[in-house]
Write a new protein. Structure first.
Length: 668
């Protein structure tokens, strides 16, 4: 009704000057409101016909607002402690926030402690966040000593960019003032908002976490700033739970475990993002490869191999250079001829390291005529590809420059696309479960529906609509949660990605299935249909691991290095109580080796207790111990990774248990 306000479905009489503060005054957990679909401050004056709903501090939107407000308090603390500091931007991010500063010297750990203390004082002082709509001239006057903010104001008039919109909003400029109890403005910032009503609502559930260098607006050509990171939660208990999760994540960090367990390393001599696998890491990698190779063959795929480089023209045909070129390494010149002075007398042919396997698989398809009887044609390879990732995003095995994909491409008749996607999704989900990842949801990545990124995609609207519809239909059949991801598609088609949660609840993008109408057209792929006509197949890309490197990094953290028996680099360690039992355990180890078990004997000079500690530290699934009674009885003491132990287990029984654990892929 025109003379009322819709509050979460309930009609409230309208009166002049009515605000959200008045409406939600009885619920202290409400810190902001949805105003006609957009988050807004409770202090906003409402108009007749407005639609509002509460935003509580522990909701996702409420936490975003809490973190943004804590960012402002942090910035105020920095400027009070370090006069002359200039403000950059300060958005909320997942689980926290950051704020950039132009400051004379990098922040030290002692500085961060001082910032935390000063911010806590501001929180307790009970300042209010006051929203003020300003003109561009008023904004410039208020930000006269803030050059980075002035740049954002100037950019607003030119259309701005995403960072600008975060700071200055869409249709109007707003400044948020921090007002003390005397009514004086003690700090202000150009900001879109919204914010909490009062700093006291931040409470003691926040913490300054770290600092780093950052370029203004992410451009290396711009000034280098100092970025302060923080986190904020609805309560101190929530903060503690988050800090415990972070500590657990650090304990599981695959880079640390990889070094401790001698699995892999990242030699500086090779360069950033180029890992090497040590023998023990090579065991896990080989087991993964053997598993997925056998599974692909079982699922009807044929194994192929393609080179690591090719002529550059191939990637113009596929569309990768026009649409993905920024992620590819620069061209190299092949067959270039120079004279004695070094002058080029014959230009070489430009070649590229491959960033994708699909163009070469298309050439295999096109190498001879194809009939409908050949379809579905399923090609698979372990293809190492190379991505020119920025050094700032490289992270251990989970973001590298050289990655090996279990890459497959299915060529099918258009009417069979849904059946093939269904087949691939079943394959993917069963694989993840075999590796102990069974908590997941699906994400459907499509074109940006608002058309903001239309130049990043190829193909007709009709092709995209059909491809998206097919993927969505099959994804929904799984019964799994399906989350939209507008704008996240590959340039040639939409995709389904499996988002798997690990042992501590973190989400990782794993397997992908992508539907592609475009590359078959660009490569002129055809098959002869049953009626003799020539038709174009549909191409379906899928990677089950995604990449072996990333998958291994995720598994290392998921298991905290304690891999299931079938993947463990060493599955059994034999430890004699004394040297006189070495020969007896050597015979036991020989039986295990002949059965295909990876086994070691610790016949070092270390004392027995240290050998047990070493086996535990290396996370070996089973330890077989033997002393006099065991030898005489033809038995062993069977020790589990958990520390539990069974004495007097006959050797044959011990061997059978170990083999059963391997065969069933037990999560021991």
């Amino acid at each position: 009704m025109a003379d009322s306000i819709d509050c979460a479905g309930e009609s409230i009489p309208f009166k002049e000057g009515l605000t959200g503060t008045e409406i939600f005054s009885t619920d202290r957990t409400v810190v902001a409101m949805w105003l006609n679909g957009e988050p807004a401050d409770l202090s906003r004056v409402l108009q007749a016909g407005d639609r509002i709903a509460p935003i509580t501090i522990d909701s996702d939107a409420g936490l975003d607002i809490l973190r943004h407000s804590t960012g402002h308090v942090t910035a105020q603390a920095v400027q009070e402690l370090f006069p002359g500091t200039k403000l950059g931007i300060g958005p909320y991010i997942t689980d926290g926030y950051y704020f950039d500063f132009d400051v004379a010297e990098p922040f030290t750990p002692e500085d961060l402690k001082a910032i935390q203390k000063k911010a806590a004082q501001i929180v307790k002082s009970g300042q209010t966040f006051n929203r003020v709509v300003v003109t561009e001239d008023e904004a410039r006057a208020r930000m006269a000593n803030e050059p980075y903010k002035l740049e954002l104001i100037d950019d607003k008039g030119k259309g701005g960019d995403e960072e600008t919109s975060v700071e200055v909003g869409g249709g109007e400029l707003t400044v948020y003032e921090n007002v003390d109890r005397k009514g004086e403005v003690v700090w202000q910032d150009l900001c879109r908002g919204p914010h909490l009503p009062n700093t006291k609502l931040i409470g003691n559930g926040f913490a300054i976490t770290r600092s780093s260098a950052a370029y203004w607006r992410g451009d290396q050509a711009n000034a280098s700033l100092q970025r302060v990171y923080g986190t904020a939660w609805a309560s101190k208990d929530d903060l503690k739970a988050y800090q415990d999760r972070i500590a657990e994540a650090e304990r599981r960090d695959h880079r640390k475990l990889g070094a401790e367990m001698d699995l892999f390393s990242f030699p500086e001599e090779l360069g950033s993002g180029l890992p090497v696998f040590h023998p023990k890491g090579g065991v896990i990698k080989r087991e993964m490869e053997d598993y997925v190779r056998a599974r692909h063959i079982d699922e009807g795929f044929e194994y192929v191999g393609t080179p690591h480089i090719s002529k550059e023209t191939l990637y113009y045909t596929s569309g990768h250079l026009p649409y993905y070129g920024e992620n590819m390494f620069p061209a190299m010149s092949v067959d270039e001829v120079r004279d004695e002075s070094g002058k080029v007398v014959k230009e070489g042919t430009p070649y590229r390291l491959k960033a994708m396997n699909c163009p070469m698989h298309n050439l295999i398809y096109r190498s001879r005529g194809r009939s409908y009887r050949d379809l579905p044609l399923r090609l698979f390879e372990f293809g190492t590809v190379y991505r020119d990732e920025a050094s700032g995003v490289i992270h251990g095995l989970t973001r590298v420059r050289a990655l090996t994909q279990d890459d497959s491409h299915s060529y099918v008749a258009q009417e069979d696309a849904a059946a093939e996607i269904r087949h691939l999704l079943n394959f993917v989900l069963s694989l993840l479960r075999d590796f102990g990842l069974d908590d997941f949801y699906l994400e459907l990545s499509t074109r940006d529906e608002e058309g903001k990124k239309a130049d990043k995609f190829i193909g007709s609207d009709e092709q995209w609509a059909e491809a998206t519809s097919v993927l969505e239909e099959v994804a929904q059949e799984t019964g799994l949660e399906l989350v939209p991801d507008p704008g996240g598609a590959a340039f040639y088609g939409p995709k389904i990605s499996v988002q798997a949660r690990d042992a501590i609840g973190r989400t990782w993008q794993m397997s992908t299935v992508q539907l592609d109408f475009n590359q078959p057209e660009r490569f002129g792929l055809e098959y002869v249909a049953a009626d003799g006509s020539r038709k174009q197949p549909v191409m379906i890309h899928s990677a089950k691991f995604g990449s072996i490197e990333r998958f291994l990094g995720v598994l290392t953290e998921h298991y905290a290095g304690a891999f299931p028996v079938w993947l463990a680099p060493v599955q059994v360690t034999c430890i004699p109580v004394a040297d006189e039992f070495n020969d007896y355990l050597a015979e036991v180890a020989d039986q295990l080796r002949k059965a295909g078990v990876r086994v070691e004997i610790d016949d070092s000079d270390d004392r027995f207790p240290k050998k047990i500690r070493n086996a535990s530290k290396s996370k070996v699934p089973f330890t077989l111990i033997a002393g006099g009674e065991d030898r005489d009885a033809g038995a062993v003491s069977f020790r589990f990774r958990s520390g539990e132990q069974e004495n007097g287990v006959p050797v044959a029984e011990a061997v059978r248990r170990i083999l059963d654990s391997i065969e069933t892929k037990a999560q021991v």
